[in-house]
Design a protein around this ligand. Structure first.
Ligand code: FES
Length: 344
């Protein structure tokens, strides 16, 4: 087997140790250093996809960022969500984010689509970058649907630098894929930009996708978990040398065991099945349970454990925080058949 570089990142958040260490003291987990931004423009970019242009209230310069960076946005409801910056990093006065409306999601995208008019002031933190683009000489970009958001600034930079790049944007239909005009403009020369719609060509074959990688090149991939799994599985026999990826949904529970939760203050007993995160079970019982990344790095879902032994699966909490009873319920669990008592 050839040695391949596989660096995985989760939307818009990395699972690399480096990024997680940064996250310990970063603003994503707390309220310090929040920056107020105003929604200046809303643009419908595709079916169920809207982009927002955000500026400082007085129009001043914003913190700089690089392709792959994301912004923590605190919505008026208090929900916190991370969105990749998909504008132009050389524009120091405007951030752009894009959001697909997910009716069955956690409510953040619906709030943005349905109740966030131009003029709304949002609290934000960042930008932070856990999916950096190394500008290798030869690159294949694979974007699944709204996964184009971190990829678009990378494509823009690749074009600017004259790199050997290709982009395949995948989705159910062409109408569901945002930024087609911008990407077509960037990829006009040499047919670098390809759209692959399921309703035209059927479900994608990841091995076939990777055959478009330049020999010895690097793949940057952002999309749903099945797509990432397929790309990872097909990487070894492909012409590519390395893979960087970012997923925008939590990875499935691995090696989970069923355990219980007791919510001391409300007196509820909840059963956490082996294949579900404790956060999801908590949200079934308490829909207002706070969360953001769902991947164990932002700290928003932190709870206090009063009794029981936690199987910590995050890399954010320090040993002292764990010893004091902190638990991130989006990823951490407990041993089979045991019960955690929470201060809820
Ligand atoms: S939701 Fe971010 S750490 Fe749990």
């Amino acid at each position: 087997m050839r040695a391949l570089t596989v660096l995985g990142r989760v939307h818009a958040e990395a699972v690399t140790l480096r990024a997680r260490r940064r996250g310990r003291s970063g603003p994503a987990g707390g309220q310090a250093g929040l920056l107020e931004l105003v929604v200046r423009e809303r643009v419908v970019e595709a079916e169920d996809v809207v982009s927002l242009r955000l500026t400082a209230p007085a129009g001043g310069r914003l913190p700089g960022w690089q392709p792959g960076a994301h912004l923590l946005v605190v919505l008026p409801s208090g929900r916190q969500r991370h969105y990749s910056l998909c504008g132009d990093p050389t524009d120091r006065y405007t951030y752009r984010i894009a959001i697909r409306r997910l009716a069955a999601g956690g409510g953040g995208s619906v709030e943005i689509h349905d109740a966030l008019p131009v003029g709304t002031t949002l609290r934000t933190a960042g930008p932070r970058n856990a999916f950096p683009f190394a500008a290798e000489p030869a690159v294949l970009f694979l974007a699944g649907g709204i996964g184009i958001t971190p990829i678009l600034p990378m494509v823009r930079q690749a074009a600017r630098l004259g790199l050997d790049w290709r982009l395949i944007h995948l989705g159910r239909t062409r109408a569901s894929l945002p930024f087609g005009d911008e990407l077509a403009e960037l990829g006009t020369r040499g047919g670098r930009f390809t759209v692959r719609a399921d309703d035209e060509e059927g479900p994608p074959d990841c091995a076939e996708l990777l055959r478009h990688a330049p020999a010895g090149g690097t793949v940057y991939c952002c999309g749903p978990a099945p797509m990432l799994a397929g790309v990872r599985a097909a990487l070894d026999p492909s012409p590519a040398r390395g893979l960087h990826f970012e997923r925008f949904a939590p990875a499935p529970v691995v090696d989970g065991r069923a355990f219980g939760l007791r919510l001391r203050r409300s007196g509820l007993d909840l059963a956490v099945p082996a294949d579900r995160p404790a956060l999801d079970v908590l949200r079934d019982a308490r829909p207002d349970t706070a969360y953001s990344c769902r991947q164990g790095f932002c700290g928003v879902c932190r709870v206090k454990v009063l009794a029981g032994e936690v199987e910590h699966r995050d890399l954010r909490l320090t040993a002292d925080e764990r010893a004091a009873g902190a638990m991130l319920v989006c990823v951490s669990r407990a041993a089979e058949g045991t019960r955690l008592e929470l201060d809820l």
